[in-house]
Design a binder for this molecule. Structure first.
Ligand SMILES: [Zn+2]
Ligand SMILES: [Zn+2]
Length: 291
């Protein structure tokens, strides 16, 4: 029997920032999948909930199973629904194992699983749609792990030409005059799983309108867990955010060892008020979510 559309496979968090929806699920060691439908990207793929299948681009940060287990189902279910093969951007060191896993599933299933696999490394840029790109940067989590910024590239008319009529502009263009400058608008940065690194050194990260960052651990006795697992502890998050200028900061990947209400309180106590007011705790019930 076909599942009704109003009965999705997962109960996902749904938040909205201005016109942008962010849907997903993220609990450390359980599952992480965060989709932004309007940008046509899904950061990590968790267990491939139904709601993300129609998104064309999966931006995989690393190969841990709670972030990557859904790859084969995502690809195969798109095929089942008659959609084009999904594109998976993956750290290039994972390209071969992902091919192997997809081929193995094809053998189990008895039909080939169509896929567009793209190996990426820090510094690469991949076109998502016209004017929209995913830029890749390194993170400190596992071998080859990366994060992504989705940015828009536009042209902005130089101030000296701003008051010209369209006729005059056409004339200048005919003469070969460069009347505009290229500009970049970083919309969202997803750090994936990572230890602290000074990401503010990269302007497109510190200036992203939305920052999606993990902060897995909160309590003092969990600092060693953060070190071992290469995750962020609240002390590191506080350090990281001190140099960031993001309008909205979404915290993901909170351990289930700490209650969200406690994590929220500790964030409030640790961060300056002007930073705390920008925070959305992704799985927070009040923010829409965790049952
Ligand atoms: Zn994780
Ligand atoms: Zn991980």
């Amino acid at each position: 029997m076909l599942r009704k559309i109003d009965m999705p496979s997962h109960n996902l968090v749904e938040i909205k920032i201005d016109e942008l929806e962010i849907i997903g699920y993220s609990v450390a060691a359980e599952e992480t999948v965060i989709a932004m439908p309007q940008l046509d990207v899904c950061f990590d793929i968790g267990k491939a909930p139904d709601q993300v299948i129609s998104i064309n681009n999966v931006l995989l940060t690393h190969g841990h199973i709670d972030h990557a287990a859904g790859i084969a189902y995502y690809l195969s279910h798109r095929n089942f629904c008659g959609q084009s093969p999904g594109t998976i951007l993956t750290p290039e060191n994972l390209l071969e194992p992902i091919k192997q896993i997809i081929n193995a599933w094809g053998k189990l299933d008895g039909s080939k699983v169509p896929a567009e696999l793209v190996g990426v490394k820090a510094g690469d840029e991949y076109p998502i749609k016209p004017n929209l790109f995913a830029r890749v940067f390194p993170t400190k989590h596992s071998k080859g792990s990366v994060g992504y910024t989705v940015l828009e590239k536009r042209k902005k008319i130089k101030p000296e030409y701003a008051k010209l009529t369209s006729k005059q502009i056409v004339e200048l263009k005919k003469q070969g005059v460069q009347i505009d400058n290229p500009i970049e608008i970083p919309i969202v940065t997803y750090l994936g799983d990572t230890q602290y690194a000074d990401f503010s050194q990269l302007d497109y990260i510190s200036q992203s309108r939305i920052l999606i960052t993990e902060c897995t651990f909160y309590e003092d006795e969990h600092k060693s867990r953060a070190d071992i697992g290469k995750h962020m502890h609240i002390d590191e998050l506080t350090k990281l955010l001190s140099d960031m200028n993001n309008e909205h900061i979404i915290i993901t990947h909170v351990t289930n060892r700490t209650a969200l209400v406690q994590a929220r309180k500790m964030l409030k106590d640790s961060l300056p008020a002007d930073k705390f007011k920008r925070i959305i705790l992704f799985m927070d019930k009040r923010g829409r979510g965790r049952s």
